[in-house]
Design a protein around this ligand. Structure first.
Ligand code: FAD
Length: 453
């Protein structure tokens, strides 16, 4: 009899685990209460990046004079934008469902919870079904964190999930939280012409990122007229007749028509019956896992945001793949551990920001010797052709061996270009490997080859 594998949650972690395990011969059941594709499709990656892409089209259109064209209208049609986002989400979810179906995965629309270490109960519109399993994956994702000092109302005080579809474009917005999600929302709203204030609890946006990279973004925000409240912690929000006032702990307050909370997320682990299965969670509700994503119960796995690792769709998918391989015994062959330190990530602002592997500050604080080479895009023909010379490529390598250890890219298409450095970091390639690869001319990737020299 083939391995009975049950998955709770059909986001990137769950659906990749399902298709991979089914391909390897498991008898897979995936339970999803909402939309196949998960929050990633419905609330997070797809709608935010679709709105940002429209914002980017606006800013490029505004700069069109420099390309030798006459200016064109950049007014936004909210209905068309809303339909566009819905169409992308539908297509993505349809593609994922089609793939799962083609691999013979049984999909159940309902809410699942463990009732013992080997059974899951699923509540569906037709009643409750009990399913027995040999191995299970919990990949129920996360939701926006809401602090106790404010109550989102979906009207003026918004979580990131209240921003789509865009019913209206706010006249002015205060964004609380200057991590990746916060800066992407600042960028998005300012692209659509809103007056934006960002409440930054530290002295730098994107805490933890390379200060040089954060500085480029701060400069761009200031150029766009975004007000940065540095070193301020929001501590309460007050609704007024026509907006919101955000009060900070240093006595400053900001008035705007809307406020958006972007202060992280919390795992969906409370209502999944983890106790009944004997699966332990930490003080924040995350499920602890080992290198193979195995929980403290040896046949139950956890992946995606609930595992408390990097909260990225790309990481969740890779964890799902590794879980499936482990469940099906693939770890005895060429199965490699997932190395979270080698995950590439990007911030979809203008300029785009992307990085992977070892950061300069990290190397300095650990006393590791590194070689840093930096090349500005202004030195490449393609950046001039694009009429956008902002940004740079930075490669960090081992001075003794030349091994590529990491890198950051700021500028147009940084999220695409970082893939080259990510492959080098994962495969242990050297700067010579990069420098001697014959790349396209004219292309932004020429800055990569130069930085590898
Ligand atoms: C605004 C925003 C933008 C983002 N943009 C990006 C990006 O550009 N790139 C990127 O890599 N990451 C991005 N992320 C992060 C990314 O969305 C998450 O890391 C990713 O969705 C995590 O995948 P997951 O499989 O853990 O969970 P999810 O995608 O959250 O899926 C979990 C699924 O489980 C279901 N579920 C929950 N409980 C149950 C239950 N009891 N029974 C059945 N089903 C259940 C839910 O309905 C959901 O569909 C973004 C996050 C935010 C907030």
């Amino acid at each position: 009899m083939s391995t009975r594998f049950v998955i709770l949650g059909g986001g990137p972690a769950g659906n990749v685990a399902a298709t991979t395990a089914a391909r390897l011969g498991a008898d897979v059941t995936m339970i999803e209460r909402d939309v196949v594709g998960g929050a990633a499709h419905l609330w997070d990656c797809i709608p935010s990046k679709s709105m940002i892409a429209t914002g980017r089209a606006i800013s490029r259109t505004r700069a069109i004079g420099g390309m030798g064209l006459a200016n064109v209208d950049t007014a936004v049609d909210v209905d068309t934008l809303t339909r566009r986002i819905a169409a992308i989400e539908d297509t993505m979810s349809g593609n994922t469902t089609g793939l799962l179906r083609s691999q013979g995965v049984r999909m159940i629309r309902g809410t699942g919870r463990f009732t013992s270490p080997n059974t899951v109960a699923v509540d569906t519109v037709d009643g409750t079904e009990t399913i027995e399993f040999d191995a299970a994956l919990v990949s129920t994702g996360s939701r926006p964190r809401i602090p106790d000092w404010c109550e989102p109302d979906g009207d003026r005080i918004l979580t990131t999930r209240d921003c789509y579809p865009p019913k209206i474009f706010p006249e002015s917005v205060t964004v609380v939280g200057s991590g990746v999600t916060g800066v992407e929302f600042v960028h998005m709203f300012s692209s659509f012409g809103a007056k934006v204030t960002l409440v930054v609890s530290r002295q730098q946006v994107l805490p933890g990122k390379d200060p040089e990279v954060a500085a480029v973004l701060e400069e761009e925000f200031m150029r766009r007229g975004v007000k940065l409240l540095m070193g301020a912690r929001a501590e309460s929000m007050e609704r007024t007749d026509d907006g919101v006032v955000v009060h900070c702990d240093d006595g400053r307050s900001v008035r705007s028509t809307h406020a958006v909370l972007a202060i992280g997320s919390i795992p969906n682990t409370e209502e999944v019956g983890l106790d009944a299965a004997g699966v332990e969670v930490d003080q924040w509700g995350y499920v602890g896992i080992n290198n193979h994503c195995v929980t403290n119960v040896s046949h139950i796995y956890a992946a995606g945001d609930i595992s408390g690792k990097l909260p990225l769709s790309s990481v969740a998918s890779m964890q799902g793949r590794k879980v499936a391989e482990h469940v099906m015994g693939g770890h005895t062959r060429s199965h490699r551990h997932l190395d979270y330190d080698k995950a590439a990530s990007a911030i979809f602002t203008e300029p785009e920001i992307a990085d992977v592997g070892l950061a300069e500050a990290e190397a300095f604080s650990s006393g590791r010797k590194i070689r840093v080479t930096k090349v500005p895009f202004s030195s490449t023909a393609k950046a001039m052709i694009n009429n956008d010379t902002t940004g740079f490529v930075k490669i960090i390598s081992d001075p003794a061996t030349g091994e590529v250890l990491g890198g950051s890219i700021v500028g147009r298409q940084a999220a695409e270009l970082i893939s080259v450095i990510a492959v080098a970091v994962t495969a242990g390639l050297t700067v010579t490997d990069l420098a001697e690869s014959i790349l396209v001319h004219p292309a932004l990737s020429e800055a990569l080859s130069e930085a590898a020299e």
